[in-house]
Design a protein around this ligand. Sequence first.
Ligand SMILES: Cc1cc2nc3c(=O)[nH]c(=O)nc-3n(C[C@H](O)[C@H](O)[C@H](O)COP(=O)(O)O)c2cc1C
Length: 191
Amino acid sequence: MSDIIEVIKNRRSVREYKDEQIPQEEMEFIIDCARYAPSGFNMQPWSFLVIKNKEALKKISEGGKKSMIPMLEPMKNASQKVKDFLVFLKTKGTDMFYNAPVLVIVLGNKNAPTVDFDCSMAAQNMMLAAHSRGIGSCWVGGVLPALMDEKLLKELGAPQGYKAVAPLIFGYPKGETQMPEKIEPEINWLN
Ligand SMILES: Cc1cc2nc3c(=O)[nH]c(=O)nc-3n(C[C@H](O)[C@H](O)[C@H](O)COP(=O)(O)O)c2cc1C
């Protein structure tokens, strides 16, 4: 087993992938690690939608771009990163999933009181487990507005009563990803 601290510190959001599918047993391992996450009242309110189908991936990515562009447009002067992301979204042919071979949408039971926290915990377990096996990942929150569409979720095979919380892509990284700046947080100690 990899050293947990090494895995936590070296996991990166990967945005360039090899054109190579992840074996089924590796995906099963990653999803299995999700269920060990803590959850409010131990409700484990998650469900997983694993999408490899290229047409479905394209449909979600295009839907994501369509809903993100008008949302970000009024904020474009707030940061250069927002501006750059808008250019990326508007460039024809760009894929919000960076051509990753698989998307796992962590779905959460709408009736669970802490569903967003629970599913985010499960998602982090998955990204760390993937990294420990040499598999890259990235949480693509940009497609979430598109996944609010209940009709689309149903079409993709989501169970009734569940919403999308964490859209995660996985794949074998092409090259190395530099660590972005990690800021020292303010810590106030009350001893
Ligand atoms: C809730 C959430 C939403 C995110 N959405 C996106 C996204 O839409 N596209 C993207 O490329 N990265 C996305 N990311 C990845 C972040 O940009 C990334 O975690 C951050 O830049 C820090 O880099 P690191 O993960 O390599 O430490 C998202 C991350 C989180 C936690």
